[in-house]
Design a protein around this ligand. Sequence first.
Ligand SMILES: [Zn+2]
Length: 254
Amino acid sequence: MSTQNSEVDRQAVGWAMRWIVGLAFLTAFAVTGGILPIIPVSRQGTVQRPANRPIFQIVLNTPVPLPTTIPATPTPHIPHVGIIAGHTGSDSGATCPDGLQEVDINRNIAQRVVALLRKQGWQVDLLQEFDPRLDGYKADALLSIHADSCNVPGKSGFKVASAESGYAQAAEHRMVACISKRYEERTGLQFDPNTITYDMTRYHAYYEIDHHTPAAIIETGFMLDDRELLVERPDVVAQGIADGLKCFINGETP
Ligand SMILES: [Zn+2]
């Protein structure tokens, strides 16, 4: 019984092999004889078929639809800066014999700078001298506004300085350059590099804010000889500072 079955199986396999080989021969002759056309398969799977010819087509790849990319609408970056009105919430700062106080000059100018920058859509924080928000403060820039003493007759000029060392030094140097240049252009005051003190280069806020926040301090002028500018034309002073911050935030190198 089992011997007969295996004999039948062997015969069936033999016939099947003959058919397969025969079919392969026929196909080979048919193709070379032009009976069955070889049709190029394009990448997209579309074919240029000769008219009235049978199609013998093997699609080797199926078209993959390309991913549709939705054009990304860039979110505009809103500049975020902090303005410290020097000595506010703390003390009077420098004072003049007639009672003029530095803190009042600083507050007046700082408020105008904040208004100018907010007017162009920036996010601006008006900060006090020892504002609790300075702890770990993160922003695109931080500027502290001060004015120079009232007891140096014949002394005129402004200065801008950043920390003597820090993580954001490259940015801070550009920030100082921007504010110095634009402030000088706007106010006509001269930059005075000779009276930059540790009060400016080791300013307390540098050590409180986030290390990546570029920070600087400006002494807008002397309260005696530059008094007319500081007290009578605070809008010009504020515009010079705002111009400098715009220069920095816009990535300019003056
Ligand atoms: Zn001061």
